[in-house]
Design a protein around this ligand. Structure first.
Ligand code: HEC
Length: 172
């Protein structure tokens, strides 16, 4: 009897619970990552870089390993775009700005979001108030916001950046 109970308990703990909680894939976005993911999945109310939603070829300077990209700005961020849809030189983006770069794979399917979200009060914000998100289209985390853009900010701080933004430099 005892052995049977033990087996039932083992079954529940090892097989049932992890599946129920979705813990099989433990890198599913939560906390700030989930918040960024949900905001990035929203598609209405955005303006595209240079007013175009066409997929662009990732540049050689890009640290991102997908062939296609396109970048959009929420309404708060879009106040820093000029009438061609490019970022105004010297801009500092206001609080609440959300910039989403979509990566698409070789079959032109959405694969990952690279996100910059300005929220100085966020526990995951860096010294400039930016929160860095890197989340796959299926909701798994490629790099957590808790890393504060550790693998991103050196590259995004290169000469010619505008408040970290590089689209103007690489797609003039
Ligand atoms: C080796 C350089 C490099 C690294 C590392 C890098 N990026 Fe980028 N990123 C770029 C370049 C270049 C662009 C311009 C578009 C392109 O060519 O991909 C860009 C564009 C972006 C954009 C669109 C906004 C803009 O104008 O820059 C976002 C958002 C972004 N990256 C987020 C991230 C995040 C998040 C990380 C870290 C997980 C990261 N990047 C790491 C080079 C880099």
């Amino acid at each position: 009897m005892k052995t049977k109970h033990l087996l039932v308990a083992l079954f529940i703990c090892v097989i049932v619970l992890p599946v129920e909680n979705g813990c099989i894939n433990d890198s599913q976005a939560e906390g700030t990552d989930k918040k960024l993911y949900d905001m990035a999945r929203e598609t209405t109310g955005f303006s595209w870089y240079k007013k175009s939603d066409a997929l662009l070829n990732t540049t050689s300077g890009s640290g991102h390993s997908f062939p296609y990209l396109r970048t959009r700005y929420n309404q708060t961020a879009a106040v820093r775009l000029d009438d061609q849809g490019k970022i105004i030189a010297g801009s500092v983006f206001p609080e609440g700005s959300l910039i989403v770069k979509e990566f698409h794979d070789s079959s032109r399917k959405l694969a990952r979001y690279a996100i910059l979200y300005k929220e100085s009060g966020n526990q995951d914000a860096d010294t400039k108030g930016w929160v860095w998100g890197y989340i796959n289209a299926d909701g798994t985390v490629a790099e957590s916001a808790a890393e504060k853009g550790k693998s991103c900010n050196t590259c995004h701080n290169q000469s010619g950046n505008i408040d970290y933004m590089l689209m103007n430099k690489f797609f003039p």
